[in-house]
Design a protein around this ligand. Structure first.
Ligand code: PLP
Length: 385
């Protein structure tokens, strides 16, 4: 059975051109970039090229790029490093809908005496700028707000937020793991101080990421040890990963507009057909300000996990926002923050597409999904017969 992969916000397929670029770095060019010999020096140059390619996609300087082990490390470094640099300030502002790579760090900070403000979102998953503005004060060390939401695809007005926050002399970080490669960026003309990327979300390898740190931003190193990454991130570099991420960024830069158009067309076709053919379902999140590849749909009165299992029988991979905590299924914290009713939040499914999806795959899913939903509804004790 063919796999139809609609789970690209979880991870993406590595582009073959990325793999080709990485291949020699394992068994031929395996030296340590920190070594004094010529063999090691060649590897250093490959890292330099990757840094330039990432900088070109982000519209920043190559020396503003720090390579990390992924989105989670980039987020942790930005938050912990920024706070350590201004120890007299004790307040952090974030949102209720962040990825756990941000939320868990912020909640841990609370147990160390920090005041953490989690901003609310409305029914469409949008932020209230006035609420943010009210919270900015002289005790605020950092504001960290994601660029685009991984579950709903909702995009926050990050440039406006960055301007507001940095205008008050406060450091601003954004988790742009889901945005980079889908939303064009130009950090030179932006007020963002720090921005996180993850390689495996844009057809690069897993286990590599980037933290952009604007020149002049105060940040204490998070990983201590050797002098790699200009003393900003210790640890021998994941050279194949870094080179792969560089290539993935180069490819994203050349194809972003054309790919967005194709992916949005397929996403819209899938979404429209599901909403039309399946009764009692609803779209979660702002329909307009959304990533072009993501749709999050709630199927009332049925469990998301049951839908996923049935989709899986037809080779269709998607994801539900629920998390399994001590044996019980907790609906997604993002949908709960948006006030999605329990019965709908439990039955939510995220479809996230990529450059590799085809119209035939979408047509196949449109044919299979409505009967699956009907069958599960017939079994549901919650549906009024
Ligand atoms: N931030 C967001 C918004 C994400 O979607 C993810 C991954 O799902 C991460 C951070 C974590 O990235 P990584 O898997 O590279 O650690």
């Amino acid at each position: 059975m063919k796999t139809i992969y609609f789970d690209n916000n979880a991870t993406t397929k590595v582009d073959e051109r990325v793999l080709e670029e990485m291949r020699p770095l394992f068994c031929e060019l395996y030296g340590n970039p920190s070594s004094m010999h010529t063999f090691g020096g060649q590897i250093g140059r490959r890292i330099g090229q990757a840094r330039e390619r990432v900088a070109a996609l982000l519209g920043c300087e190559p020396n503003e790029i720090i390579f990390t082990s992924g989105g989670t490390e980039s987020d942790n470094t930005a938050i912990v490093g920024a706070l350590a640099a201004v120890p007299n300030r004790r307040k952090v502002i974030t949102t209720r809908v962040e990825h756990p790579a941000v939320l868990a760090v912020c909640r841990e900070l609370e147990s160390h005496g920090y005041t953490v403000i989690e901003l609310n979102v409305d029914k469409q998953g949008r932020l209230n700028m006035a609420e943010l503005e009210e919270q900015l004060d002289d005790d605020t060390a950092l504001v960290t707000i994601m660029y685009a939401n991984n579950e709903t695809g909702v995009i926050f007005p990050i440039e406006k937020i960055a301007e507001l926050v940095t205008g008050r002399g406060i450091t601003f970080h954004t988790d742009a793991v889901q945005a980079v490669g889908k939303i064009p960026l130009n950090l030179k003309s932006s007020s963002i101080d720090m921005l996180s990327i993850s390689g495996h979300k844009l057809h690069g390898p897993k286990g590599v990421g980037v933290l952009f740190v604007r020149k002049g931003t105060r940040l204490s190193p998070f990983m201590l040890g050797g002098h790699q990454e200009a003393g900003k991130r210790a640890g021998t570099e994941n050279v194949p990963g870094i080179v792969g991420l560089g290539k993935a960024c180069e490819l994203a830069l050349t194809s972003i507009d054309q790919e967005n158009k194709k992916v949005k067309y397929l996403r819209d076709k899938l979404e429209k057909a599901i909403l039309k053919k399946c009764p009692d379902c609803r779209l979660n999140g702002d329909k307009e300000n959304r990533l072009p590849n993501t749709t999050n749909i709630s199927f009332e009165y049925i469990e998301g996990e049951a839908i996923l299992l049935m989709l899986d029988q037809y080779g269709i991979c998607a994801s539900s926002g629920s998390a399994c905590t001590s044996g019980s299924l907790e609906p997604s914290h993002v949908l709960r923050a948006m006030g999605v009713p329990f019965t709908a939040a439990h039955g939510s499914i995220r479809f996230s597409l990529s450059r590799y999806n085809t119209e035939e795959e979408v047509d196949y899913a449109i044919e299979k999904i409505p009967p699956i939903i009907n069958r599960l509804r017939e079994l549901s004790p919650f549906v009024a017969k």
